[in-house]
Design a protein around this ligand. Sequence first.
Ligand code: SF4
Ligand code: SF4
Length: 361
Amino acid sequence: MSLDHTAEARRQIEICNACRYCEGYCAVFPAMTREKAFSDGDLTHLANLCHNCRGCYYACQYTEPHEFALNLPAALAEVRVESWERLIRPQSFARLFQRHGVAMTGLLVAMLAAFFWLLAALKPTSGEGFYAYLAHGTMVTIFVPAFVLPLALIAAALRRYWVEVDGGRVTWAHLRRALQDAAQLRNLSGGQGQGCNFEEGDRYSDRRRMAHHLMMYGFLLCFASTSSGTIMHYAFGWEAPYPLLSVPKLLGVPGGLMMVVGTVYLVWLKLKADPALGAPRVWGGEMAFVLLLGAVAATGLLLYAATGTGLQAPLLAIHLATVMTLFLLMPFSKMVHGFFRLAALVVEAKKSQKAPQGEMA
Ligand code: SF4
Ligand code: SF4
């Protein structure tokens, strides 16, 4: 844990805990009021609860040029990114991606597209649609480990996180409350539903929340589409390609469109927002991750539109390359924030129940 960033976040949190003006903005402030002193684990927990909405920065009377020089969104962003880099293994790879995310993503997509393109040259003798280029068994053999191993790395990191923040035992009620908060992105509402200040400075806007909703639910629809295709393949022997009026397509096409719109929206918001209120050193890595999500969705839609044409083979190679890059980079890219955020919400559901808001621990 970087002493500089931790010490700076602790200094700022202690000022906020004395001031408490921003109590209603998000879950971070009620959580900090339970404590008198802040351990490293407390700071990790608060940092992962923060959604970088920036409302507290624009409300604060102690930002520069005041001598306190508060910038709580930036201080928490640094601690948050550091917590992911520290808890994921291998740490060196996580740090490398945060600094060179765009280059690493581009290189991986290009290399994997070449790999899948070469693989397609060894055409299977049977199969329809994209299975005519890559046998189903080959795809399963390649993609299952590429999906499961990164998830195992994330699970191990979440276990370390749980120990660090003293998560302890949780109940279904804590999990349900955390899932409700995550589903509504409640902490991006600004406390009273007015939205956040991410890209509009001191003006409220609900755009970031909407963009996240589009991306999150679009991704879940695409995931449900792939899962339904797998069930249809193995349980009912109904193999791809599927027609438009089938469960995988009825879930996947709207999901893909939502992700493309969400990507454009998030890129625009990120370009407008002030990098100094986040962790500027990971700006490139975060942008690479958003663009990668958009590329997965866009190439999937293009592949569907190009079915039966000469573009199907190259588009299949590019689409599979983007999907595999997304899987392989899950533990090291911004993708991991969804897992840590949910863990923080579960811990918070438990801790806030134990010590109601305002009660000092
Ligand atoms: S961000 Fe500023 S105004 Fe808000 S609680 Fe902290 S010190 Fe007070
Ligand atoms: S940036 Fe937003 S979410 Fe983070 S502490 Fe400030 S008000 Fe809360």
